[in-house]
Design a protein around this ligand. Structure first.
Ligand code: AHR
Length: 537
């Protein structure tokens, strides 16, 4: 069990001392030591500042907020009469926490919920809005008190942009067209006047629009061909009337490795007429070992750690598989890949309601978050949007709320540490990652990315995947500006299944990291299963 593998942040543990003694004895006896148990030698990382790559679009740090469980109601919306401090019904503590991670966009209102959402239920005086049902998620009442205006107020408060998903599954093209006119027209149409009467005369900004959600599944089980026909209609009539801002339309794309939607949508796009267009294709991939998700979110061992890390690394295969198909039809990379649902999906916390998808969030999930962000950054030329599922209280959440209390998760801390990578320019790194072996699972021991931030400063993000061994990394930037100082933060934890809870909210939290700098090279030791982000000065 991981539980018994205590380690200090300096890597000096009883286990490592024993290993070192055994390793030395083995060498004296002429025994070969396998890489997994070899003495810890340092890994050299070289950042190529002379070969800048693509811009890492800040929108890869997007969030997903579906009407699901306590994600929106309680998690964001408590209503203006709540005793929980709020601004126009939106929790102040959640807003403050999300502002700190500079959320670029929020995908809303779903998910599967979006394909049963009728926007007119969510406008006008709140006490007159109809109560409807949420059959996808627990069959609970949807009060519709959080609707269009509340959503835009919320994203304004956190400084994010809108990623709206329109209802292709059970709605009509006319309903979607009306929503877009209601949202975006500056002209005095009947819908604009209704919007003004509801408190917002100025157009809302809708920079990203999802045309449906998982229409191969909960969004109507459509064949790729049928969906493509729908796409052409919706892409034509869901117009953005806001002349001040472009809107990217994102088509539904693949479920994990199934390439049928990727092929069909991209082939249709290549042969498109003047009458329709898209700017993106969505990919959904959840980190699970098998469906339905049964792995625990706390109280697990190294086996579950290694298996889920292996599962999350499948993101690379998917980005390649779907990226190659997109390249075939779109070598100029005009159509973005939008990984608008990703994250680890685990067993629900016992005693939480069915369909609410409540899970804890551990140090393992922080490592998983870093590995996925690194994958998106490495494909920054194609991946322009990504949304972790989901923002508050649901799946791999940033934040947990319980009445007036709030807890920041290990995943939240990774998103905060990675802020300098938003809109930074990718810099290639080379290193021999070494190996982390658990049973039959073999993984790279470390991962690393680098980027030049908008202010010119070089940042590196370093992940130690190994659940047991600390690792020493030597980072060099040959040809780059001289490095005098390297400062950042490290997120490590007593165990890979360490979590933050309402009772103990700061078990996992970043601490300052001053890396050693000598001869322009930085040297840093990472605790097992940890993530560090360091700025070079
Ligand atoms: O994030 C939870 C659900 O997962 C979404 O509603 C759906 O799109 C996906 O299957």
């Amino acid at each position: 069990m991981i539980r018994s593998r205590l380690f200090s942040t300096k890597g000096i543990t009883v286990r490592n001392i024993v290993r070192a003694i055994l390793g030395a004895a083995a060498v004296l006896c002429g025994i070969n030591v396998t890489p997994a148990f070899a003495a810890d030698e340092s890994i050299q990382i070289s950042v190529d500042a002379a070969k800048p790559g693509a811009r890492i679009d800040r929108h890869i740090f997007g969030q997903f907020a579906e009407h699901l469980g306590r994600g929106v109601y309680e998690g964001v919306w408590v209503g203006p009469d709540s005793k929980i401090p709020n601004t126009r019904g939106i929790r102040n503590d959640v807003v403050a926490a999300l502002k700190a991670i500079k959320v670029p966009n929020v995908r809303w209102p779903g998910g599967c919920f979006a394909d049963e959402y009728h926007w007119r239920n969510g406008i006008g005086p709140r006490d007159k809005r109809p109560a409807t049902l949420n059959p996808n998620w627990g069959g609970v009442i949807e009060p519709n008190t959080f609707g269009t205006h509340e959503f835009f107020d919320f994203i304004d408060q956190i400084g994010a942009e809108a990623y709206l998903s329109i209802n292709v599954g059970s709605g009509t093209a006319a309903e979607a067209a009306d929503w877009l006119e209601y949202l975006t027209t500056p002209q005095p149409t009947a819908l604009q006047k209704q919007r003004a009467a509801n408190g917002h005369p100025e157009p809302f900004r809708v920079p990203i629009l999802g045309i449906g959600n998982e229409n191969w599944g909960c969004g109507g089980s459509m064949t790729p061909e049928y969906y493509v026909d729908q796409l052409k209609v919706y892409a034509r009539y869901s117009r953005n009337y806001n002349p001040d801002q472009k809107m990217r339309r994102i088509a539904v794309g693949p479920d994990t490795a199934d390439t049928s939607y990727t092929e069909a949508v991209m082939a249709a796009w290549k042969n498109k007429t003047w009458a329709w267009d898209i700017e993106g294709l969505s990919l959904h991939y959840y980190t699970v070992v098998k469906w339905p998700p049964a792995y625990k979110s706390f109280g697990f061992g190294e086996k579950e750690y290694a298996e889920l890390i292996q599962s999350t690394r499948r993101m690379y295969d998917l980005l390649k598989t779907h990226g190659d198909i997109m390249d075939k039809y779109d070598p100029e990379k005009k159509v973005a890949l939008s990984v608008d649902e990703w994250g680890v999906w685990l067993a629900k916390i016992p005693d939480t309601p069915e369909g609410f998808l409540e899970q804890q969030n551990s140090q393992r999930d922080a490592v998983i978050a870093s590995l996925n962000i690194n994958a998106f950054a490495r494909h920054a030329d194609r991946v322009k949007i990504a949304n972790i599922a989901q923002m508050v209280n649901v799946l791999q959440a940033m934040i947990f709320t319980r009445e007036e209390k709030l807890v920041l998760t290990p995943t939240y801390h990774v998103f905060r540490m990675y802020v300098p990578f938003q809109d930074a320019t990718f810099l290639p790194v080379s290193f021999d990652a070494g190996k982390y072996v658990h049973g039959s699972i073999e993984l790279p021991r470390v991962d690393a990315i680098a980027a030049k931030a908008t202010d010119g400063k070089v940042w590196v993000a370093l992940t130690n995947l190994d659940a047991n061994r600390p690792v020493t990394l030597n980072v060099a930037v040959p040809g780059g500006a001289k490095v005098n100082r390297a400062r950042g933060e490290i997120l490590s934890a007593p165990k890979v299944d360490s979590v933050n809870s309402f009772e103990a909210p700061e078990v996992v939290k970043p601490r300052a990291l001053n890396a050693r700098v000598s001869g322009g090279k930085i040297t840093v030791t990472l605790a097992p299963a940890s993530v560090a982000v360091i700025g070079l000065e």
